[in-house]
Design a protein. Structure first.
Length: 488
């Protein structure tokens, strides 16, 4: 239960659509951060593999998609650093702000620095900043609700609407700028978007009240030098790995997947063995493990929007609209349209059903099965050649993506805040993002096996595996619910 003084600080008298007023500020900052992130991500792959004459860097497609997948995975890996900084140094509220500043400078680097140097500097900064902002914005939202508050799932679904408004508009803007003025103008637009988000966050910071201002587990001054030493050592290991070619651009997504899996296992061990975690909290963390696995499987398919489906959009889809050809990266905006249309309906549904809604494990199972079915819907078009796949067909498939996502992703954010031990609130959210990171980097690994000549096998096998995983989670749902100890 939250502390008495924290409950007293809750601005219950100020609400928006029945939710705490602080939701509006977090909604806005996440909207602009996702505008910049997805606006950049949907043109990044093309920038890496397009020819030099088309403004790209002319890398092999398999390397380009691997980099995109690995980068997405590393973003989510960095959430653990953001969570640690919030829990031990700055608190969640300030970490969100400084993370946004780092994101903005990363997009500026992508816009101004040429070649792989700009890609390296820009992606490192955006990755670190996004990791700090994402985990803490979601955790900060969770502090606005008491445990057991039936509005929580609805609040996270509305928060998800902000994410998808940004994800919808970002690719539209960067795609038009990239096709008409060049890639660097698209990256520049992402920087401007993040600047808007920061300005809004500062202007309405007071709506968050005292939430997220405290540091729950402060780092003692004696440990600062020790932590700096670890940071320097980690940087040296990374540089050495690239110099010795143990890690290359070609195998980056595979290495990233392995690192995130190892880090996730280590983090589960740390939390489960910590003396600061009560027995009931430890049981809830164990319940989170099968949800972690299901989430990773879901995102390994979903995040192919930016790897395999980016190529699919460029080479297989007919983007002709009334005599005008839309940018290929607009595939990144289709699914968010459906989220925007459906999210308020799902928010109202969960709020109305309250404790009568399907349990969280069953929502996860439905989401993973739905994702598998979405991949099977690509099969009827697998026998076509060239740019023959109608855009409207993919628009319909993206509706299934969106329904599956709404069944799983905002619910995953919400349940993570409910299952998190008090001493590891922000870091538990980082652990949730590890599962997203595993799936995202796996999307780059799986992209190596995509070939238009073997589309039927590719989409069919991955769809069937996802359905099997979802059915397994459904069968285990009663056992998982018992371990959740009172969390619906």
């Amino acid at each position: 239960m939250p502390a008495v003084d924290e409950v007293a600080d809750r601005p219950a008298e100020r609400t928006l659509f029945g939710h705490p007023i602080g939701l509006a500020n977090l909604f806005g900052v996440e909207l602009w951060e996702r505008f910049s992130f997805y606006g950049m991500l949907t043109i990044l792959g093309y920038y890496l593999y397009y020819s030099v004459t088309d403004g790209g860097l002319e890398l092999p497609k398999s390397t380009a998609t691997g980099i995109v997948g690995a980068y997405g995975g590393l973003v989510y890996l960095s959430t653990v650093l953001g969570g640690w900084i919030a829990d031990r140094v700055l608190g969640m509220e300030r970490t969100v702000f400084y993370g946004g500043v780092v994101v903005m400078f990363g997009h500026i680097a992508l816009a101004l620095l040429p070649g792989l140097a700009g890609v390296g500097v820009g992606l490192v900064l955006v990755g670190l900043g996004s990791g700090a902002l994402k985990a803490n914005a979601s955790s900060l939202l969770g502090t606005l609700y008491e445990k057991g508050d039936a509005r929580c799932d609805g609040g996270f679904t509305l928060f998800y609407l902000g994410i998808n408004l940004g994800a919808f508009v970002g690719p539209l803007v960067t795609g038009l700028l990239q096709t008409r003025m060049g890639f660097h103008y698209g990256f520049g637009a992402a920087a401007v978007g993040m600047a808007f988000g920061l300005a809004q966050y500062v202007a309405f910071r007071r709506n968050l009240g005292a939430h997220g201002r405290t540091v729950p587990n402060p780092l003692p001054p004696s440990a600062i030098k020790w932590m700096l030493g670890i940071v320097v050592l980690a940087a040296a290991v990374i540089v050495a790995a690239f110099i010795t070619r143990l890690v290359t651009l070609a195998n980056l997504s595979t290495v990233t997947t392995g690192v995130i899996v190892a880090a996730a296992v280590a983090y589960f061990v740390v939390i489960l063995t910590s003396s600061k975690v009560a027995a009931i909290e430890r049981t809830r963390v164990r319940a989170f493990i099968p949800l972690f696995v299901a989430n990773a499987v879901f995102w390994s398919l979903f995040q192919q929007i930016f790897t395999v489906l980016a190529i699919y959009s460029d080479e297989r889809m007919n983007w002709s609209l009334f005599g005008w050809t839309a940018p290929s990266n607009w595939i990144g905006s289709i699914e968010p349209i459906w989220i925007i249309v459906l999210s308020t309906l799902f928010a109202a549904l969960w709020t109305r059903l309250g404790n009568r809604a399907p349990t969280t494990p069953r929502k996860f199972a439905y989401g993973v099965v739905g994702m598998g079915l979405a991949f099977l819907l690509f099969l009827p078009m697998a026998q076509t050649t060239g740019n023959a796949v109608p855009a409207l067909w993919v628009v319909g498939i993206m509706a299934v993506f969106a329904i599956s996502e709404l069944l799983l992703s905002p619910i995953g954010l919400s349940v993570t805040t409910k299952l998190a031990p008090e001493a590891f609130r922000a870091q538990m959210m980082a652990l949730y993002f590890f599962s997203v990171g595993v799936g995202t980097s796996m999307s780059g690994v799986l992209a190596r096996y995509y070939d238009p000549a073997r589309e039927f096998a590719y989409f069919g096998i991955l769809g069937a595996v996802a359905i099997l995983v979802g059915l397994t989670v459904f069968a285990l749902a009663p056992w998982i619910s018992r371990l959740m100890e009172g969390v619906h």
